[in-house]
Design a protein around this ligand. Structure first.
Ligand code: PGA
Length: 244
């Protein structure tokens, strides 16, 4: 029997918006969402997370877009899991391709997985992003790339109830070139084989819109979305509604 997986919709606001603009977005979009039996999580920049969290009036949760690699200590500029827990924030996005693949940032597979494991072992939940570039896809390396990105996580995580995987092909992010439902389903099914537990949710991310959300969520191995651009506007309401 197929495991029942609660659907999950994340809104990744990335490095956008003044605080006033983000608070407007809470009013006009986030607080308009009505749902149960779904997880909906939005991720503003870290500096805004507290006022955003306070402005949210419904069951939408917040996520950080990154976290430091250690607990409290002499790590100038880092944000530790203790800071996050102290403010009752439960989620963190890790391994986004904009952190893996931006040359000036270049977070390594091990570094990302180690941060994820530290966060999980300290009670946080992680949205762990993986995905191939267009060159890797054309060279038929997608599966190998995804395995390499997942392996250090799979080797170390014990509590998988705190992990959501987001499959985000780099070529689909912010480009308008959404993966076809068939392609995404095939990759999701392959990712699922690499995971120890059928109940782990696998999200699709990359140019999800109000127009393609329904057909994508109809695929048996797509358990929700990580949405970038469309989470900054009213379209996010339609995307969440498509997942109900
Ligand atoms: P996009 O971004 O929806 O704008 O393509 C997705 C993401 O980067 O998580």
């Amino acid at each position: 029997m197929q495991a029942q997986r609660k659907r999950f919709i994340g809104g990744n606001w990335k490095s956008n918006n003044t605080l006033a603009k983000s608070l407007e977005l809470v009013d006009s979009v986030v607080n308009k969402l009505e749902f149960d039996n779904l997880d909906v999580v939005v991720s503003p920049v870290s500096l805004h997370i507290v006022p955003i969290q306070q402005a949210i009036k419904n069951n939408v949760q917040v996520a950080l877009q990154n976290i430091g690699h250690k607990g409290f200590g002499a790590f100038t500029g880092e944000l530790s899991f203790e800071h996050v827990k102290d403010l009752k924030i439960n989620w963190v996005i890790l391994g986004h391709s904009e952190r893996r693949r931006t040359p000036e940032i270049s977070e390594s597979e091990e570094f990302i997985a180690n941060k994820a494991v530290l966060a999980i072992n300290n009670g946080l939940s992680v949205i762990f992003c993986i995905g191939e570039t267009i060159q890797e896809m054309e060279a038929k390396e997608t599966q190998a790339v995804l395995e390499k990105q997942l392996k250090p996580l799979v080797d170390q995580v014990k509590d998988w109830s705190k992990v959501v995987i987001a499959y985000e092909p780099v070529w689909a992010i912010g480009t308008g070139k959404t993966a076809t439902p068939e392609y995404a389903e095939e990759i999701h099914a392959n990712i699922r084989k690499l995971l120890p537990d059928q109940s782990i949710r696998i999200l699709y991310g990359g140019s999800v819109t109000k127009d393609n959300a329904a057909v994508l969520i109809g695929q048996p191995n797509i358990d929700g979305f990580l949405v970038g651009g469309a989470s900054l506007k009213e379209d996010f309401i339609h995307i969440v509604n498509a997942c109900k």
